[in-house]
Structure formats: structure tokens, C-alpha cells
Design a protein around this ligand. Structure first.
Ligand code: PEP
Ligand code: MN
Length: 450
């Protein structure tokens, strides 16, 4: 790799930069982070990469989901369990629907930093610096709390570590045991029709497991646990740089090494920071992890191919996940040309549909929301467009939470704009609640079974 190092991004123009007043504090935080152990291992990162290769080849499906923005306060038992259970339930439904293995990637244990459209925002009539995420500044609506505080970078590491620790412990203690998926707790608020469909799916899985046990093939096949990989937007490059380490490639016959970003298994570049000559692309081109790139209506097809050439010059299959987010009304206009350009280039990425970020709208009273029908419609069109082009829609990328929030409109329970105020708790974008997310999984599973 020519002229790359974990900090070569500092020589490039950067978007969404954070300006700290406390330069010494930043240096102290970075020196501290550099000494701390990786949060994930090279073996795990490479396992995910191999799995995503299978997705690119059409042999598996990937489900990615979690909060738009995690707060440090989300690092608690109930919220972690609720999110993990929801992802497990959804993946079970998708396995049944797509008849393929499902790779699970959570937006968790590090999804703190947020790109913002404006450096300032109006809170209760007062103009102040925007909230940039718990790893940067405080949400409290006063200018002092909104000052970027470098100590938060270290706090982000420890909150990620605690979240990941509980996630790993829960999974290895049987939280994801397929023998008892009903213990994954269907929420109390679930609608009867979803509950019935879910029970049917679970019974089909149980039958299959009984059969496997009878003929003795359920040993060591991984039915007692599941993998959940972690991911976040690689926005704060100071932070990512400190956790990017030159590490030996596991399993290589000759001792070879690569730079691995060890803050999570999977990092993605946001729609606002993917400039070809920019700092984020520079950082991402040097890491061995599987990476994502958000693409929307503002991406020119030629630039998309140039970007793939920069971050994946060897055209490794599945190394890059293209996370498309056009909006239900625009996908038909943009996705076909993006697919055609990528096909002509010889790259084979994972294509994932993010039906959330192109479908955000404000209610007449100014509440940010998304409509379930738009979300489903973008997914349906993505699937059709890929099929028509001889391409494979390998996954979906959702903003969701295990809590019974009221942030997105629609779904079987009929949440209306008037009901949004009831439990609107997001600090950033509106998320699907447990019921809406599971319902969406059933509907998407149905698309694949059709
Ligand atoms: C996000 O995924 O929360 C996000 C900010 O997305 P995008 O970069 O696609 O706008
Ligand atoms: Mn978001």
C-alpha cells in the first residue's frame, strides 16, 4: 500500500471535523487509547469478511441494525439484551424466508459519533453547537456541555468494551440458543398476527432441530449460539487511528501482517464523508476490515467506481458493502445506473439497502419521522431492481431498537403521526420499534419466498 499509515488521513481535507480547544487533552486521550487492547480480534474480523464474501456471491444474507446514535446510557443490561434478541428474532425469520444463512451485524458498542448537517442547532430557541454524539460532546442543552471534550473519546472506548463484554457473555451463555428461541422474548406489545407467524417459524425451526438431534448431526454445529458482529460509522478518525494496529494475519502460511481497525468488526463511511480525496477515504483504504460505503442520490456512477478502485484495488469480493439509501421515490432513478457501473467495473461488493436515511421526513409540527410504507417500498424496489439487473440484494441496514418507542409511523399496529409524542426517545434519527422491525423482517422474508 503506497504511502499509507493510520494517520495519513491527517494530510487530507476532512469533513465533519471536530475542533477541540483542549489540544493537550486530545493528546492525552489518544496516548491512553493507543495503549488499550483491541476490542475485537483479527480472527473475528476475517470471519466476518469471509461471510460477507458469501453474501456478495449470493450465498448468504446480511442483517445490519441498531440505533442511529448510541448514548453512553444505552450501555445497560436491558437495552443490550433487547437489541440482541430483536436481531436474533429477525435473523431467524430471514433465514426462513431467504433460505440462506444470515450474518448479523449490530450498530452497537461504538455507534456514538454523528455527522451533522449544521454545526449549530436551535434548542428551545437558543442557538448552540450541535450535538455530535456522546463520544464528542454532551446532549444537555447548554453551550458548556456542547463543547467537544476529548475525555469522551476514552469514555467511548470503555462503554464500547462494557457493551461488547455483555454481548459476548450473553451469547456464550446461551442467549441465542436455537433450542429455545421462544425465550428470546417476544415483546408484550406484539400484534397477534406477527406472534402467530413467529411461532410458526419457531416451530419449523424446532422440528428441524429435533430431526438433527435424532440423526445426531446437531453437535458442534453452532445451534447453541450465534455470532453477532459489531459496527459503527468510522467518523471520528482520531479515535479510529488509535485502535488501528499492525497485526499478524491469522492463519496465513507466511507471517504477514495488515493494519486492522480493532474498534469494531465492520466500519462504514457515511454519505457526508466519502469524498474521493478526503480524509475518511484515505483512512479506510488502508484497513483490512470489511468496510461499508453509504451511497445516495448525490453519488455519480463514475465516482462510485473510482471509490471502489481506491478502497479495494485488488477487487476482493465482498470486502466492500455498498449501503444504498436513496429514498423510495428516488431509488428507481439512481440504483440501476449504480449497479450497471459496478458490474462493468468488475467489482463484486455486497449490496445492502438502507431504507431509512432516504425516507426521513418531518411532520407538520416538525417531528422527524419515517413511514413504514416508504421503508418497505424502498426495500421492495431494491430487491426488484437487483433481480432485474442480475445482481443480488444481499442485505438490509436498519435503524431499530428493542424498546417500544414511537418514532416511525405505520406498521400493523397503526402508529400515527399524532402518536409519535408518546415515547419518542431518539437523540438522532427515528428508529423502528421492536414490533415494526419484526414485522418488516416477515415482509422482507416474504419477498424472498415469492
Ligand atoms: C446513519 O447511518 O446514521 C447515517 C448518518 O447515514 P448516512 O451517512 O447514510 O446519512
Ligand atoms: Mn441515522
Amino acid at each position: 500500500m503506497t504511502d499509507w499509515s493510520p494517520n495519513s488521513w491527517t494530510t487530507k481535507p476532512i469533513k465533519q471535523d471536530v475542533v477541540y480547544e483542549d489540544a493537550q487533552g486530545v493528546q492525552d486521550a489518544l496516548r491512553k487509547l493507543e495503549k488499550l487492547p483491541p476490542l475485537v480480534t483479527t480472527q473475528e474480523i476475517n470471519n466476518l469478511k469471509a461471510s460477507l464474501r458469501n453474501v456478495a456471491l449470493g450465498k448468504a444474507f446480511v442483517l445490519q441494525g441498531g440505533d442511529c446514535a448510541e448514548l453512553f446510557d444505552y450501555c445497560n443490561q436491558d437495552m443490550i439484551e433487547a437489541k440482541v434478541k430483536l436481531l436474533l428474532q429477525m435473523s431467524l425469520v430471514l433465514i426462513w424466508g431467504a433460505n440462506k444463512p444470515v450474518i448479523r451485524i449490530a450498530r452497537i458498542a461504538g455507534q456514538f459519533a454523528k455527522p451533522r448537517s449544521s454545526p449549530t442547532e436551535l434548542v428551545n430557541g437558543v442557538e448552540m453547537p450541535s450535538f455530535r454524539g456522546d463520544n464528542i460532546n454532551g446532549f444537555d442543552a447548554d453551550p458548556e456541555s456542547r463543547k467537544p471534550d476529548p475525555a469522551r473519546l476514552v469514555s467511548a472506548y470503555f462503554h464500547s468494551a462494557a457493551t461488547l463484554n455483555y454481548l459476548r457473555a450473553s451469547l456464550s451463555s446461551g442467549l441465542a440458543d436455537l433450542h429455545s428461541p421462544l425465550d428470546w422474548g417476544l415483546g408484550h406489545v406484539i400484534t397477534p398476527s406477527i406472534k402467530e407467524q413467529y411461532s410458526k417459524t419457531v416451530n419449523a425451526v424446532k422440528d428441524a432441530l429435533r430431526f438433527m438431534r435424532t440423526v445426531g448431526i446437531d453437535k458442534d454445529r453452532g445451534v447453541e449460539t450465534a455470532d453477532i458482529f459489531t459496527s459503527h460509522e468510522g467518523l471520528s478518525l482520531e479515535y479510529e487511528q488509535t485502535l488501528t494496529r499492525l497485526l499478524r494475519n491469522p492463519g496465513s502460511a507466511q507471517p504477514t501482517s495488515n493494519f486492522y481497525a480493532t474498534s469494531a468488526h465492520f466500519l462504514w463511511i457515511g454519505d457526508r464523508t466519502r469524498q474521493l480525496d478526503g480524509a475518511h477515504v484515505e483512512f479506510f483504504r488502508g484497513i483490512a476490515n470489511p468496510i461499508g460505503i453509504k451511497i445516495g442520490p448525490s453519488m455519480a456512477a463514475g465516482d462510485l467506481v473510482r471509490l471502489l478502485d481506491v478502497v479495494n484495488p485488488n477487487k476482493e469480493i465482498g470486502k466492500v458493502t455498498l449501503i444504498s439509501r436513496y429514498g423510495a421515490s428516488k431509488i428507481a432513478q439512481f440504483l440501476p445506473a449504480h449497479i450497471a457501473a459496478v458490474q462493468a467495473s468488475g467489482h463484486l461488493p455486497v449490496w445492502q439497502c438502507d431504507p431509512m436515511h432516504g425516507n426521513t421526513q418531518a411532520t407538520p409540527s416538525g417531528v422527524k419521522t419515517r413511514h413504514f410504507t416508504d421503508i418497505l417500498e424502498e426495500l421492495r424496489q431494491a430487491l426488484e431492481i437487483h433481480r432485474a439487473a442480475g445482481s443480488f440484494l444481499g442485505g438490509m441496514h436498519l435503524e431499530l431498537t428493542g424498546e417500544a418507542v414511537t418514532e416511525c409511523v405505520g406498521g400493523a399496529a397503526g402508529l400515527t403521526e399524532d402518536g409519535l409524542g408518546e415515547r419518542y426517545t431518539t437523540f438522532c434519527d427515528p428508529r423502528l420499534n421492536e414490533k415494526q422491525a419484526l414485522e418488516l423482517a416477515f415482509l422482507v422474508a416474504g419477498f424472498y419466498r415469492d
